[in-house]
Design a protein. Structure first.
Length: 436
């Protein structure tokens, strides 16, 4: 029910906006044209040699048609309170009556029977009312065809018939075209309203995101200082104590404090927007060697071999790219058991550079692979899952991307691509949290 009320309220607002676009002059123009045409037809019938009783009946039906049409031309807010369907039924019945009195299927007004169909379809679609209107047209035409022609009176004089037919045809075409133009403008304005509303929502969401980023960064900085103090005190206590069990406990506390600091560092990288890249020509092989040198101590401690094959020259931000490589290599080391290896293969594919980081770990099943890159999803107890997000955002900022290939027992390969030339997206605000 709430959605229904929202729909009705939105519909009323659009009707009010349509009325404002239609404007008083537009309705007055349409009403004046209809009044002039109906008056002209009545005069043409009256001055001809047509039967006076039929001319009077025709005038009555035409005035009924005009009156109902003028009611429907009232402002949308007013029409909303009037049973519009009843008014349209009166207009349709009046036109059928005028057609029947002026010759039936030989009437010059026959084309006017279709005038109201576009507005019916536009306002209600192929709904029950529209289908009923079309069915009524079929029935009316069928009945006129079955009834003897004499029942509908004599044919109008040729000159009168031609004048009324031309007037009806031109007016129907003009009114239909006018309505379609009005409808197209209304739809166009509605689309613009929707786009403006979406843009406003996006701006509000972006402002809220920036507030949360600022708050998260501030909290992380505030927490890092006491953590550093705790770690320093624990180190001093560990060196001064002679109790092996106490020293082991203190070392555990120190390790946990260090892990918390790593989590905060990852969160800071995750929560802040990526800065504009500072691209420069570089050798990807040399940059990869620097990253592997940083990770060599961790790899040696884990009993792994680090290798790099291939090379490629490109234009990129070395600081950001090195940060992404460190994240990928660190994840590969964590996933690889002792005795394994982590290989970084560099290659060139047309205008793109490909970085493949392969490990010899246990691999991942399909359901886990699909979730890689989801915020805070990780297969390691001490991990956060933010490193993959940050790396992916960096490659995206360089005009590339990051994907994973893996299978249980066959290891995992992180495949990153980036443009060899600077990306036009370098100054974009890349959403790290998007995960993809």
């Amino acid at each position: 029910m709430r959605v229904r009320r929202q729909f009705e309220r939105s519909l009323r607002e659009h009707l009010a906006a349509a009325d404002a676009r239609w404007g008083g002059p537009g309705r007055a123009w349409v009403g004046a044209v209809l009044s002039a045409v109906v008056a002209g037809i009545i005069v043409l019938v009256w001055v001809s040699d047509y039967s006076r009783p039929r001319a009077v009946l025709a005038a009555g039906f035409l005035l009924g048609y005009l009156g109902s049409s003028l009611v429907l031309l009232r402002p949308p807010q007013t029409v909303w309170r009037v049973p519009r369907a009843h008014v349209e039924d009166v207009r349709f019945a009046s036109m059928i009556g005028a057609i029947a009195v002026l010759g039936g299927l030989r009437s010059p007004l026959l084309v006017a029977i279709l005038t109201a169909l576009p507005s019916r379809i536009a306002s209600g679609g192929w709904a029950r009312g529209t289908r009923g209107y079309v069915a009524a047209i079929w029935v009316a035409v069928f009945m006129m065809g079955c009834v003897p022609a004499a029942w509908f009176g004599p044919t109008l004089p040729p000159a009168t018939f031609a004048a009324i037919a031309a007037l009806t045809l031109i007016t129907s075409a003009t009114m239909t075209a006018h309505y379609i133009v009005f409808l197209s403008r209304t739809v166009e304005e509605s689309i613009w309203d929707a786009l403006r509303a979406r843009e406003q929502v996006a701006e509000q969401a972006l402002a809220r995101t920036r507030e949360l980023e600022h708050l998260g960064a501030r909290l992380s900085h505030e927490l890092k200082n006491p953590l550093a103090a705790i770690k320093a005190l624990v180190q001093l206590s560990s060196r001064s104590t002679a109790d092996p069990e106490a020293r082991e406990n203190l070392q555990t506390v120190e390790a946990e404090a260090e892990r918390m600091r790593d989590v905060l560092d990852e969160y800071l990288s995750f929560s802040r927007p990526l800065d504009k890249i500072r691209a420069e020509p570089l050798s990807l092989g040399s940059l990869t060697d620097e990253a592997l040198a940083v990770m060599s101590g961790r790899a040696e401690e884990a009993g792994l071999a680090l290798r790099r094959t291939g090379d490629a020259d490109l234009v990129a931000d070395p600081r950001r790219l090195k940060e992404a490589l460190l994240n990928l290599v660190a994840n590969a080391i964590e996933a690889t058991p002792s005795g394994g290896s982590v290989d970084v293969a560099l290659s060139r594919d047309r205008d793109a550079v490909v970085i493949a980081v392969r490990d010899t770990g246990k691999g991942m099943p399909g359901d886990v692979l699909e979730r890689v890159g989801t915020p805070f999803f990780t297969t390691r107890e001490e991990g956060t899952g933010l490193g993959v997000l940050l790396a992916r955002a960096i490659f995206t900022q360089h005009g590339g991307g990051l994907r994973y290939e893996s299978a249980p027992g066959k290891g995992t390969t992180a495949i990153a691509t980036l443009r060899a030339a600077p990306s036009t997206r370098s100054d974009d605000h890349v959403q790290v949290a998007a995960g993809g």
